[in-house]
Ligand binder design. Sequence first.
Ligand SMILES: CC(C)(COP(=O)(O)OP(=O)(O)OC[C@H]1O[C@@H](n2cnc3c(N)ncnc32)[C@H](O)[C@@H]1OP(=O)(O)O)[C@@H](O)C(=O)NCCC(=O)NCCS
Length: 247
Amino acid sequence: MYRANPGFSRRALFDVYIWRVSFVQNNAKQQKLSVIIIGAGGHGRVIADLLNACCCARIKGFIDDSPKSSVIDDLPILGKIAELGRIINSLNGETSALIVGIGDNSMRNHIVSQITSVLVRYNARFLTVKHPSASVSSSVSLGEGTVIIPQAAINTNAVIGNHAIINTSSSVDHDCIIGDFAHISPGVHLAGGVQVGEDAHVGIGACVLPGVQIGKWSVIGAGSVVTRDIPERVVAYGVPAKVQRVL
Ligand SMILES: CC(C)(COP(=O)(O)OP(=O)(O)OC[C@H]1O[C@@H](n2cnc3c(N)ncnc32)[C@H](O)[C@@H]1OP(=O)(O)O)[C@@H](O)C(=O)NCCC(=O)NCCS
């Protein structure tokens, strides 16, 4: 996991966090990274926008198994997931980085496990991206493939896992731990020391009180106030949030 270091290659690291820091150094002369986004739906298009706001990314296009058209938001559909190796190869040795732009946690998880070996084979990497308007403390750890969307704030010592989504205008306070593939929806507020398990989804506008733990794969309904720990694999919602059903 990369720990943000404010003293190092400021602009690049502030806009686009790359997993292997040496990779950034070795490619310092290259002006822009070629990036492929997997998924051309709503979340993938948000990521395209986010990358356009960053200084060192050039989007090659989307990969999508069932695209609505051959060009989406002026970006080409490059092919299907099964063709990923060929597509990376066709970049003719250009630096290639990928990001899985799929909002659904279990689908994102599934695709990451499907393509990781292809990335290794073609020496490509998952990209971690933070929008310039988001505020992330220098003590925060961000996992690979994670996206920090506009106006999000992440405070001191928080740890964000791999392929997580910290969505628009959400706040993740000090010492929170967010698991791999978790999704913190727009407008969510997590107080200090909250833990959100792997693959869990905190719905839009929910608030979570200090130190509360949300179990793996659970879903917190929109607008909920979570006052107590929530177990794994349940749907919980309301004020205060109560478990409504098991997944
Ligand atoms: C909680 C949630 C997952 C749905 O759970 P569900 O079990 O499928 O619920 P249903 O849609 O079948 O609704 C069942 C009941 O719960 C109520 N309900 C659903 N979500 C609720 C919520 N967040 N808060 C309070 N009540 C809610 C419904 O109104 C319905 O009530 P009724 O039986 O009196 O009509 C969903 O409503 C939700 O909040 N998802 C979050 C989506 C989100 O934030 N996406 C962000 C994308 S960036």
